[in-house]
Ligand binder design. Sequence first.
Ligand code: CTP
Ligand code: ZN
Length: 155
Amino acid sequence: MNDKRKQLIVSAIQNGTVIDHIPAKSVFQVVRILGLDNTEKQVYFGVNLESKKYGTKGIIKISDHWFASEEINKIALVAPSATLIEIRDYEVTSKSSVQIPEHIEGIVKCFNPNCITNKEDVSTRFTVIRDEHDELKLACHYCEKNTSRDNLMFI
Ligand code: CTP
Ligand code: ZN
């Protein structure tokens, strides 16, 4: 495939945000976490695109929208490799990596079925920790059980 055709896979945007290098399998989770399934803005996305660094990747482009860092960092749990690119007048004006936040509120369920957040109308709160194997875990503020990345369930 020549370069011209490759560029047309997901078209360039004039103004807005590009979230690049998303693991292909996490694109739809990222869409949900950022509420892009329920927006009036123009959103383009691609999955299973070629990536030199990661083999395959996903990408999301949102026109005329820029994210606050607390908002974009919510995706770090499912897309720690993601790059955030801001576009103004077709030019890349900034590029940064997502950062894993210290606290997560209201986007993930507690794994413990007996936790108050699963029994009553209480929204979840976690502190992000690393276990002895350097795996990310979410320590529940209420029941103090840890939810691992494999058990992540989004609300
Ligand atoms: N992009 C876009 N609209 C623009 C400019 C750039 O959608 N007007 C997208 C490109 O498609 C690319 C990303 O923003 O996915 C980063 O652009 P650029 O830095 O030009 O691309 P690369 O050099 O390929 O970046 P990297 O090597 O970091 O992947
Ligand atoms: Zn809990």
